[in-house]
Design a protein around this ligand. Sequence first.
Ligand code: UDX
Length: 446
Amino acid sequence: MKISVIGCGYLGAVHAAAMADLGHDVIGIDVDAARVEVLAAGHPPFYEPGLPALLARAGASGRLRFSTDIADAAGASVHFVAVGTPQRSDGNGADLTFLNAAVDALLPHLAPGDLVVGKSTVPVGTAADLLPRIATTGASLAWNPEFLREGHAIADTLIPDRIVYGLVRPADETLLDEVYAGALAADVPKIVTDLATAELVKVAANAFLATKISFINAMAEVAEATGADVTQLADALGHDERIGRRFLGAGLGFGGGCLPKDIRAFMARADELGVDQALGFLGEVDAINNRRRDRLVDVVLEEFGGSVAGRRIAVLGLAFKPDSDDVRDSPALDVAVRLAGLGAEVTATDPQAVQTSLRRHPQLRYATCVGAAVTDAEAVLVLTEWREYRELDPAAVGMLASSKLVVDGRNCLDRDEWVAAGWRYRALGRPAAGPARVAAPALVEA
Ligand code: UDX
């Protein structure tokens, strides 16, 4: 099939490459010339495991091209719209500027019988607003939300947990079935519904995931007040099949380009619809999430007797989650910045996110590897659970650091191993373990 993908950010770039890999003839369009140039050269503008190989394969097949000219979308029969819908700068709602601009630019190039397929995450009701404009061209509109996770984007695109079609014209199901023939042949469940339900599936899924994370982080707060261990609590809860262990990882909480802005946009939309009470709990989900960052900073302050001024702190992990270089609303980067703001000498590192962090926060000091970050550190903070941090050898780190204090912001380290190697271990939602720190020198002098 001839397919256009409008918007080649995370979602669009992966979608375009995956569609070409499935055998479709794809043109990816983006207004950002630099982005188009690197994609056309086969280099993703962000870190995603497997994407360089996928782009190379698709490029070599001749089935994937990129362009800044929306006129190149003409001739495709299915047009995926995958532009960003960030949080508005003046409130919680979604900023639909890019979406509206993309659809308006596409209109002159649509032909009767074409199908425009919305993939962007949007406030419920957006598709219904777009429909009359698209209908003037004789094209149709469907909503087909995307559930890809960064770090797993290719697998999530090729074989998703489910495929959702929000349709106006029943005949469009056949067209979309052709696009997704591979996944459907692999028995991926398909739900065919209306536009509003399809839009809602996406925001409801993200709201549920955010709620699940904040639920366990609320339990972490209770655990901290009682000496209980939230990781064991999560294990015990997770054995109940109705609950499940996934997304019960207590720690620094959620960040990234989706969960935080999507729950806020959902609340804003509920407000407009007069059902704000129904989603009031999402305000608490957001608040619990943000309190985890405060708590982590407090744990560090506690360990240093109330002040981190001049303290050498190593931060391992800046990305909002492992296998990503994305630092949008990253809890790890936020904590690093806050500690530096309190006067700590922070040295931060991340396997992929140093450059993206540097662009946002040039004032932080960055190291290119763990060794450089932890040398002479008085505290080591693990804030993103990259595999290479989970597997660190506490004895080796202990030889480089000047003081054996580790703060496990993701409950991802083997506590017993670190304690056995002489470390004092602090985490969120778990009791402290290991030798108590001697009072900070400044306090002894005082
Ligand atoms: C999310 C949704 O999972 C995906 O379906 C949607 O398409 C886009 O938004 P993503 O933002 O890539 O994907 O990340 P996800 O894996 O969901 O993690 C989100 C955040 O939650 C990360 O900061 C992660 O560290 C945090 N998290 C996740 C926890 O704190 N605890 C957990 O148990 C799981």
